[in-house]
Design a protein around this ligand. Structure first.
Ligand SMILES: Cc1cc2nc3c(=O)[nH]c(=O)nc-3n(C[C@H](O)[C@H](O)[C@H](O)COP(=O)(O)OP(=O)(O)OC[C@H]3O[C@@H](n4cnc5c(N)ncnc54)[C@H](O)[C@@H]3O)c2cc1C
Length: 334
């Protein structure tokens, strides 16, 4: 929760109360927060019939994602009437209104029938007496665990949101699987890493990501080659009207391009969460991209965009003499 002046004058929902207590559609719905939950709920309410205003303190929606993805999503949101205010905060609520302040624009008064607080969730570890069991917490109240999910009390392990760095349902599942593995087969213990993290924001279009983000790779000094692919000329995207779609793939920058393997990927498109799974599998199994570009995809399945992106990488690997030879053969033929 956050303290906002006049909060008692409007109904403010959070992730727990929204689904159970919101019985009438708010005419003007102010969504505070431009993260995944804020974006998903903003679009859902706009489509149900509310006029939605997203008030986002950050410079862009979904700040974890690459910048171009945030821009595309905001364009899609605005095209369906959602008003997005970045670098903005709600300063006060009045009767049926919200006063926001936006960087460079000053105060703005918006109509507001109800608001949703979607600024992130805090782990609730207070009042459990964890300190009596010698279990330490991080500054943000999460249970401190080592890479094997063990807490500072060596007989206690923690998984899921409470243990933190991985706040997704599949993150909790993964941690539980890892823990079982480590307890049952202690000689082949698995580490809890961020590298196999993946997530999908279920907006329309969906936003999907797997692997470390570019920022994380930069921070860890991991070398990569990045390939970007628009969906402008993809036949399936043309037919189904998502030419705005975009895919970025990061891979190990081996000199032999065909042997490069995928490190991470990011996609915005309808069904991106499904489409990107093929690349995620390639990453997991360390499949060289040359193997994927050899595949024959039925025309026009949407996953052809994965292959097209990697073909773009392959073509850059052609040596100058191969390119000259191809040009020469082409001229001969024509
Ligand atoms: C609106 C919303 C949308 C989301 N969408 C997605 C999504 O699309 N995909 C995704 O992967 N993740 C999503 N998440 C995140 C996902 O819900 C969590 O990461 C996941 O539920 C974490 O599982 P968990 O078991 O660690 O915690 P929880 O599911 O929160 O379970 C914790 C349980 O412990 C109980 N509990 C709390 N305190 C105590 C106590 N003292 N004693 C006993 N029991 C206690 C709680 O009642 C609860 O049942 C979303 C979250 C929100 C809020």
């Amino acid at each position: 929760m956050i303290d906002i002046e006049g909060a008692e004058k409007v109904t403010i929902y959070n992730n727990e109360s929204l689904f159970f207590e919101c019985e009438t559609l708010p005419e003007h719905f102010v969504v505070i927060g431009g993260g995944p939950i804020g974006c998903e709920m903003a679009q859902a309410f706009q489509r149900l019939g509310s006029q939605v205003y997203v008030i986002n303190r950050g410079a862009r929606l979904l700040s974890q994602e690459p910048e171009n993805v945030s821009r595309i999503l905001q364009d899609r949101f605005e095209a369906e009437g959602i008003a997005v205010y970045n670098q903005a905060e709600v300063k006060a609520f009045g009767e049926g209104s919200a006063r926001i302040v936006m960087k460079g624009k000053g105060d703005i008064e918006l109509p507001c029938s109800a608001a949703l607080l979607a600024i992130g969730r805090v782990v609730n570890t207070r009042n459990l007496g964890l300190e009596n069991a010698g279990i330490s917490l991080t500054e943000r109240g999460r249970i401190k665990v080592d890479t094997y999910l063990r807490t500072s009390n060596r007989r206690v392990y923690a998984v899921g949101d409470a243990a933190g760095s991985y706040m997704f349902s599949h993150g909790a599942e993964k941690m539980v699987r890892q823990l079982w593995n480590n307890l049952l087969i202690p000689f082949s213990r698995k580490k809890n890493t961020q590298e196999d993290l993946s997530w999908v924001t279920f907006t329309d279009p969906q936003v999907a990501h797997f692997g470390l983000t570019q920022k994380q790779m930069d921070k860890q000094g991991i070398p990569y080659y990045r390939q970007d692919q628009t969906m402008e000329s993809d036949d399936r995207a043309i037919i189904q009207e998502y030419k705005y779609g975009h895919l970025s793939v990061w891979m190990r920058p081996y000199k032999d391009v065909g042997s490069r393997t995928v490190l991470s990927g990011s996609m915005i498109a309808p069904q991106a969460g499904e489409l990107i799974q093929e690349l995620e599998l390639a990453k997991h199994a360390r499949v060289p991209i040359g193997k994927i570009t050899e595949r024959v995809y039925p025309y026009p399945v949407a996953t052809r965009i994965n292959q097209k992106t990697l073909r773009g990488v392959m073509s850059q690997g052609y040596s100058e003499w191969k390119k000259r030879l191809a040009r020469f053969a082409f001229r001969l033929k024509n």
